[in-house]
Design a protein around this ligand. Structure first.
Ligand code: ZN
Ligand code: ZN
Length: 360
């Protein structure tokens, strides 16, 4: 068992936890505050293959016997129930310390705000059964930091390829004269350098990239060098991906961005071939925590999870749908897809060099 590392109030000895509203450690008993000397510099370290993340002494991994979740928290904090399944079968995993984050985006909204936002969100979902709006039983909402890898890298690419542009021409004569669409092919070649900033990939078993994309933006301006104070009173989900896999995933995102920016230089309709050779230099990373509130509600013996962005209160979750309203729900989903598409287009338009990935 690691040594307890909880923040004690210097005035009354009670447990101090991080208060999103006050942006400081607050004593639950006497309300006294302790500031965290937050270092707001972007904090990245050079990446090399084979690097392992450091452990964070003073933290411990707690495991849920019901759902298998493994959560990192300050050693000695009282755990209570699992934020993912609501079961009370949490045990500390003997002798295991959590991984040490480099950076953290602290929680900015309180538990109660997250819960209020969720209820509002549920009421606005008009295709949800009315019964649910009245009867949904919400489990306690809990703050869980979700870990991501954030990479910076400088890429130098050279490329060759063949693109095609459609044009209309007329063939035949007299009555047989008609328009046909032909494609004119042209070779391309060139080079492109890009500075990629904050390419992010999730590394938690509980949130996939889609969930994080749906919950963004996170307020990356409030990022701070990790301090144990930010973790006090919260959980951190543990990574299920190593750093090398994290870089492979981020590199794939950066490769896509390079391809997109190369193609954006040309007016074309089809890509016949495109070969890109890219080398990456000056690769830096941070293991970063993003703030999420997590909870679930039960309705007709089914459990539905939902997530709330701990910076903005934005919600993502699954809801049961009323069979009567299902057709309209489908139309609603189409509208959402269109919105997501338009949003995607918007983000494409703001791409500049240096390119900061639209997570924040
Ligand atoms: Zn106190
Ligand atoms: Zn659980």
């Amino acid at each position: 068992m690691s040594k307890a590392y909880i923040f004690k109030c210097p005035q009354c000895g009670a447990h101090k936890v991080y208060s999103p509203k006050k942006q400081a450690l607050e004593c639950k008993h006497c309300s006294s505050l302790t500031q965290i000397a937050a270092d707001r510099e972007v904090f990245k370290k050079p990446y090399m293959a084979g690097l392992a993340l450091e452990v964070d002494p003073g933290t411990e991994i707690q495991g849920c016997l019901s759902c298998g979740a493994r959560l990192n928290m300050l050693a000695g904090e009282i755990s209570g129930v699992c934020p993912f399944c609501g079961a009370g079968n949490i045990v500390s995993v003997e002798g295991s310390e959590g991984l040490k984050p480099d950076e953290c985006v602290p929680f900015a909204i309180e538990n109660e705000d997250a819960e209020r936002n969720f209820k509002k969100w549920l009421l606005k979902k008009w295709f949800v059964p009315n019964e649910l709006k009245k009867k949904a039983r919400i489990e306690k909402i809990r703050g869980v930091y979700s870990p991501v890898f954030a990479f910076d890298a400088f890429s130098s690419s050279t490329y060759t390829g063949v693109l095609g542009k459609h044009y209309t021409t007329y063939v035949g004569s007299g009555k047989n004269r008609r328009a046909v669409v032909r494609t004119r092919y042209f070779p391309i070649s060139g080079s492109l350098s890009l500075q990629h900033n904050d390419i992010m990939t999730e590394c938690s078993p509980h949130f996939d990239q889609k969930v994080l994309n749906r919950l963004r933006p996170f307020d990356l301006r409030s990022r701070a060098k990790y301090d144990k104070g930010f973790l006090s009173g919260f959980w951190a989900d543990s990574a299920d991906k190593d750093l090398d896999q994290g870089w492979q995933d981020c590199k794939a995102i950066a490769d896509d961005e390079t391809k997109r920016q190369i193609l954006s230089r040309y007016s074309y309709d089809v890509v016949k071939s495109l070969n890109i050779n890219t080398t990456y230099e000056d690769i830096k990373y941070s293991y970063m925590l993003l703030p999420l509130y997590v909870s679930s509600y039960s309705f007709k013996d089914k459990v539905f999870s939902f997530f709330v962005n701990g910076c903005t209160g934005k919600i993502f979750g699954k809801v049961p749908r009323s069979p009567v309203k299902i057709l309209l729900a489908v139309l609603g989903a189409l509208a959402l897809m269109l919105a997501a598409f338009l949003l995607g287009q918007h983000f494409d338009l703001i791409g500049t060099n240096p390119y900061t990935y639209p997570f924040g």
